[in-house]
Structures are given as C-alpha cells and as structure tokens.
Write a protein that binds this ligand. Structure first.
Ligand code: ADP
Ligand code: ZN
Length: 752
C-alpha cells in the first residue's frame, strides 16, 4: 500500500453526511498518512476520527490540517474500501458510517437481532434478563465535552484520546492499556469528560468447549453432486452463486464442511454466516471438531476487546475460517474462496438500525468482488431467492431427502378455534402424553413470551397499554410485572384495575410462561424447560438448555422461535406448534412466508433419529395455505401460490421496495413531515418521469414506538435504477423539520 505522500487527502467522517471531506496534511505527518488509516481531524468546533480514502487534488491553502494519524497500518484494503463504497451507494448510507460499522471499534456489542424473539421483527426482546451468573463490567465513553477539553495531561489525556478513537472501552481493557487508570478515570468522570455505564458481559461460550472430533462423513449421492458443483466453482476462482435447497436434516451442513475443506486445500479462506450463533452451538462444535486451522467465531457474546482481538487475528491471517452473525460479512479475510449463508431465509441477516444492510445480500456482492463461491443454504429459501434460482441468476442445488433415508415427520393441522381455556387440543395433549410414555422428547413452539399478552378489566374494559408504544403490555408471572416488549416500560402487576378499582382484571392471550404452566399441570412427571429470551440470560443460556436436551435430561422443551433453529437432536420425536397465528396475522406482506418458514423449520426438528417424528400444528385458520403447505412439506406448492399473490400485488420478486420512515415525538409534526415528504417524492417522480409507485404516507402499523410516532411511505418499482434516482433526488432536496427523523430503508424486510 503506497503512502499517499500528498499534501491533501480525502477523508470519510462517520456522521450522517452524504459527502466526504478534504484535509491538508502537515509535513511531519506526510510519511504516516496512507489509505485506510484513521486520522484525528478538526470538524466544525469538534474533533473527530475520520478514515483516509486516498489523495485528493485540491488547493491545500484553504484547508484545515489533520491533527494526528491514529494507525500505523491501514485498517482496510482497497478491495474492502470498494466493498464499503458499494454499500454506501446501494443503501444510501454515508461512507464514513459504513466504514465505522465495518471496523471493529464501531461494531460494538451487537444486539441479538431485531427479529430475535417473535418472528417477523416483533420484538427486540433483550430487556428481560434473569440474574444468575452474569458478569458485569463498567464501560467508559468520552462525552461531547471531551473533544474540546483543554489542558489535559498525562494518563487522563491518553485515556480521552483512546476513548475518542475507540468510542468505548471497558474497565478491564483500560487496565490493560494504562497503568493504574482508576484515579484518572475518577477525575475525568468528575469533570464530566467521560460517562460510565455498567453492563453485563458474556463469557465466550465456545472458548472453553473441548473440541470433539467430528470426522467427515461419506456424502450421499445428492450431497456429492452438490459438493462437486461447488468445488468446481471454487477451483475455477470465479464468482458462483448457489442455492443449496435441502429439506431439514438432508445434510446441508455436511456439504458446507466438505466445500470449505476443499477451499482450504486450495489455500483459500472461508466465511460462514449464521443467523444467531448462540442458538446454534452445534454448528460451531462441528467446525471445531472438523478443522485444525484457525477458526474465528464472531458472536454477540464477545465484548469489544475480544471482538477486536478476533478481528486482528483474522486480519493477520491466523484464521482461515470465520463463523459469525451478520456483521461477520465485514470480516477482513483475504483470498476468500467460499461464503456460506446458512438459513439464508432468516430475517436477522438484516441490520435495521444505524447503517442498514442485509448480510445475505452482501454475501453475493462480496463473493462477486472476491470471485468466490457463495452458497445460500435453506430448507425454506426466501421466495425471492427461489425465484432467482428459477430464472437462472442463482444455480440451484437440491437435497430432496433426509440423510440415511430418514422420513420427514408426519404433520397434522388441528383447528384451534374450539379451544377455550386451555392451550392444548385433546389431540396435542394426548400426543404429548403418549410421547412422554414412549420416552420421546417433545418441542412446543409458541412465538410469544410471557404469561398473558392482553390484560383487560372485565368490569370497565380498561386495557393495559404501553404509554410509549402502540402495543398492549404482557404479564410476566415469574416477575409479577407487566412488560412492554418494545421499550423498557413495565409496571408491577396491580391486583385491582387502575381505572375502576374493581377486581376484574382478566389475563388473555397465552405466552410461553403460561404454556409451561399448563404442561406442568398436564404432565407433572415430565422434565420441562422453557427457552425464550427470559430464560436464556447470558450467551451460555441457550447452550445450557440445549445441552440438557441433547443429553436426554429433558422431556419437553417449550420455546419461542429460538427452538426452531437448526438443532439436530435425535431424541425429539414430537413437535407441537401451540399457535401458528402469532406470525400469520402480522400486517406485513411476508407474514405467510414467515409462518411457512417458521412452521417448516420447527417441524424439521422432529424425527432426526431412528424413531420417526410427528408434528401437530394448532391454528385459528387451519386451511391457510402457509400451514397446509408446511404440513405437507410442499415448498414448491407454497412457492407457486405465494408468487402468484406477490405478482398480483406487485411485491418482490416482482418489484423492488424502499421504505421511507419518519418519526418524532410530536405527532402532528411527524404527520405533516410525512405528507410533505410524499408530496416532494411525487413532484420529483413527475419531473424525472420515474416509474415508481408511491404508497402513503400512512401511520406505520406500529404507530408509536419508544415514545416516537411513526409514519411511512412505501416505494415500489420494477427498476432499481429509477427507484434510486428518485431517492437520490429526494435526499438532496428534502429538509425535514429538525425534530423529525427520516430513514431510508432499501429492501426492507419488515414494514411494521
Ligand atoms: P441439515 O443442515 O440439512 O439440517 P445436517 O448437516 O445437520 O442437516 O445433517 C443432519 C444429520 O445427519 C447430522 O447429524 C449429520 O452428522 C448427519 N449426516 C449428514 N450427512 C451425512 C451422511 N452423508 N451420512 C450420514 N450422516 C450424515
Ligand atoms: Zn413500550
């Protein structure tokens, strides 16, 4: 990487600005400035960290000078910069923010995913963490005052610089970097220059795991055929996108492992994306047991220091395989031979806050840039992915049968309309009893946590709602409180109605807590556990529960969509879907697809051992095609019907979408802003003659969230280029009231 040796450089700043900036480089810094390093620069009245993009031609005289060069080595390569530029341009995001997101200091601790708890983006689900065994640590940040603070010296000054650079640092990290930082930290906090926050830190659930050798299996015919085509593509060093469409238990993971081994033999590296690593400890175990090369695991349990360490290990070429959730798409691997996107249909590949991107889509972009094979694997591919495979843009590889000739489970749909008090139909209740008697394990899915999801006063009709969000509160019995699943709001469960002071509060709507109670009452002898974000505090939480399942110390596991993930436990012979309606009734055009995927995936956990599996699906709409097709393992049938509806309504894959969201705390201002934005969009559309459908403005289905009112405008077009032209012009001309936040979401995965 040549030094720029230029007196003027182009710098990207991580702020919501659509442009980059020029700075002059003073003589003494010229040797250390190069593309990919961070620089500390004056910016308005502040000082900030920016990223050097390269030399620029501009008269140096009028420019401000950079203050310092913060890295001795570039943090990103020219190829990575090209990738960042692509993202910035496609998602209409500021380049500086994209770079910040891609680099470790900015990645921070990743939340476990927006779609984590209740399927279709229903629940950020992080607020309820039980107490046991959690390590807490203090994290320090520089405040706004810090950048302008004068007269700092010694350790205090160096700590501030470090915090400004890294955004945040833990107490233990600072202890590694500075001798005796306690006194300076205390002083800085007193001066208001730093802020302190205590948070829980997760232990790495995998580091201590002994690796159990997992020898390569001899591939069956379908696996071998799929492997051969991927291997050929890896060998040819050309970009090659594949859909590995294999039913649950067909041995997709085994195909990934073989393909990756092949890439490693050719001296190339591999990137494996998985929706949520904490939920799929088996995947990591299989990789650790198979390969002797370095494997980096980027998961949400790492704290910032650990993440940075992993990042450096990858950058130094010490890990040939990287496994991680969506942000691992930025892993600084060189010489990539293959990218695997496991469960490619999962909504959690989408990052919806801050810099928005979809890691599944970016896998294809990065694969193309690096001339790598990209394998999208799923039993229930996205309708859009299957369409791309049908129309020849992605090569389709099929694993139509389970390994070892195991049958797919037999499934039955039970009409839940006649269920009154109980969560279980007589059919499901007797299936549970029978399965327990036969020594089989059962999984029960209900994608709603808590005890009761709707609390109403029988006497006056008062409904318990969140004051900050347009949702009802959920009663959590174990904590004796009503919680909002979207914000931090909760209140102690009152014994009388707060409106009429009567005793008539009724608990309606069932959550996993109530199902657990009913199971215990029905089968007192059964060993029962519940897996949802209330019971899996800390990252080891899931692994702990799954271990009990694996070792046969559990008869019945109740859970949210967490239990539907790629688990492979041969003892599971019964799967019950307590209610398929939680995702089916969401006002989003993907709700049928999500339901089909969720039900098919949880069904796929049954019958993976020698005993065939059974499935029972309860729903209020038992004839719904998403349920019927899932029950009959008919992906093609579902695809045909679903694409029919999509084509009629002009949704993807028959159009491209963008969602313009406006939010603010003043309802009328947001509404007015949304109307103005829609008018401006329509004006620009006329001027440009762009073929874009503009729907709205309308209040978002979740009309209020965390105290902010939300309106949205949906844009649809057959042409990505015209959609983008319209949005670019809009972005240039749009000046919303200061109190209204505008966000453009390209290819939204949920429109709630
Ligand atoms: P999927 O990812 O499609 O759900 P997995 O790769 O997890 O399927 O495979 C399911 C189970 O079958 C695993 O326990 C795996 O070890 C086993 N398996 C995979 N391929 C073979 C094979 N060719 N022969 C025997 N067992 C296999
Ligand atoms: Zn709320």
């Amino acid at each position: 990487m040549p030094h720029t040796r230029n007196s003027v450089i182009e710098v990207a700043i991580p702020l919501p600005l659509d442009r980059t900036f020029h700075y002059a480089v003073p003589g003494q810094l010229r040797d250390s400035v190069m593309q990919g390093v961070r620089v500390f620069v004056p910016f308005g009245r502040r000082k900030l960290t920016g990223y050097v993009l390269g030399p620029a031609s501009a008269p140096a005289g009028e420019l401000k000078e950079i203050i310092a060069v913060l890295d001795a080595e570039p943090l990103f390569t020219p190829r990575e910069l090209a990738f960042y530029r692509w993202i910035a341009s496609y998602y209409l995001q500021p380049l500086g923010e994209v770079i910040k997101t891609a680099l470790p200091a900015g990645i921070n601790i990743e939340s476990s995913g927006k779609a984590a708890e209740d399927g279709a983006g229903q629940d950020p689900g992080e607020m309820l963490k039980g107490g046991r065994g959690i390590r807490r640590e203090r994290f320090y940040r520089a405040t706004d005052l810090a950048a302008t603070a004068a007269g700092l010296r010694g350790t205090g000054a160096r700590i501030i610089l470090c915090l400004l650079e890294q955004g945040e640092a833990s107490r233990s990290r600072l202890g590694e970097l500075f001798p005796n930082p306690s006194a300076p930290l205390k002083r800085l906090a007193e001066q208001g220059l730093i802020s302190v926050e205590e948070r829980e830190v997760y232990r790495d659930p995998f580091r201590d795991e002994p690796s159990v050798p997992s020898p390569a299996r001899i591939l069956n015919q379908a696996q071998a055929a799929a492997f051969a085509r991927i291997a050929e593509a890896v060998t040819s060093r050309d970009f090659a996108p594949f859909l590995l469409h294999g039913v649950t238990g067909s041995g997709k993971t085994e195909v990934y492992l073989h393909a990756i081994a092949h890439a490693l033999e050719l001296g190339r590296s591999a990137l494996v994306l998985t929706p949520e690593i904490a939920l799929t400890p088996q995947l990591v175990t299989r990789f650790r047991g198979r390969f002797t090369c370095g494997i980096a695991v980027l998961h949400s349990g790492l704290n910032q220091g650990e993440r940075y360490d992993e990042w450096r290990r990858i950058r130094r070429g010490e890990a040939a395989i990287v496994i991680g959730a969506r942000s691992a798409i930025f892993a600084p691997l060189e010489n990539l031979g293959i990218i695997v996107v496991d469960e490619e249909h999962e909504a959690s590949y989408k990052q919806s806050e801050g810099v928005t991107y979809n890691a599944r889509d970016l896998a294809l972009v990065r694969g193309k840039m690096e001339r790598a094979a990209v394998v999208l694997g799923s039993a229930t591919p996205l309708v859009t992915t299957f369409h791309a495979a049908r129309t020849g843009r992605i090569r389709c590889l099929g694993l139509p049968e389970r390994v070892r000739g195991l049958p797919l489970p037999e499934a039955r749909i039970v009409d839940a309309r006649r269920l009154k008090e109980t969560a279980f139909s007589p059919e499901l209740a007797s299936a549970l009893t029978e399965n327990l008697e036969n020594g089989g394990q059962s999984l029960l899915l209900l994608n709603r946590r808590g005890f009761a999801t709707f609390l109403v006063c029988r006497d006056c009709g008062h409904v318990f709602r969140c004051p900050n969000c347009s949702v009802t509160l959920t009663y959590h019995r174990s904590r004796q409180r009503h919680f909002c699943h979207y914000c931090d709001y909760s209140l102690p469960a009152p014994s009388v109605c707060p409106a009429c002071h009567g005793p008539g509060i009724v608990l309606l709507g069932k959550g996993t807590e109530r199902v657990e109670e009913e199971v215990r009452a029905l089968l007192p002898a059964a060993r029962v556990a519940r897996m949802d974000s209330d019971t899996t505090s800390g990252r080891g939480g899931c692994a702990r529960i799954l271990k009990r399942l694996e070792e046969g110390r559990l008869d019945i596991l109740i859970g949210t969509q967490m239990i539907a993930k790629g688990h492979d436990y041969p003892g599971v012979t019964l799967v019950g879907v307590v209610s398929a309606d939680t995702t089916l009734n969401l006002p989003d055009f993907r709700s049928a697809e999500r339901t089909f995927q969720l039900v098919s995936q949880v069904m796929g956990r049954a019958g993976r051992g020698d005993t065939p599996g059974r499935v029972m699906i309860q729903g209020m709409d038992p004839d719904h095609y998403a349920l019927a097709m899932a029950a009959s393992h008919d992906y093609d049938g579902f695809y045909r019907l679903e694409t029919g509806f999509r084509e009629e309504a002009g949704y993807p894959p028959f159009s491209h979408l963008a969602l313009l969201g406006l939010s603010g705390t003043a309802e009328r201002t947001v509404e007015q802003g949304a109307r103005d934005a829609a008018r401006l969009l329509r004006e620009i559309r006329t001027r440009l003659g762009a073929r874009v459908e503009i729907l709205g403005p309308a209040p978002a289905p979740l009309a209020k969230l965390r105290g902010r009112f939300r309106w949205q405008i949906l844009l649809k077009s057959g042409s990505r280029a015209e959609l983008k032209r319209l949005l670019l012009a809009f972005r240039d001309q749009w000046s919303p009231p200061r109190v209204v936040r505008t966000a453009i979401d390209i290819d939204p995965v949920d429109t709630l």
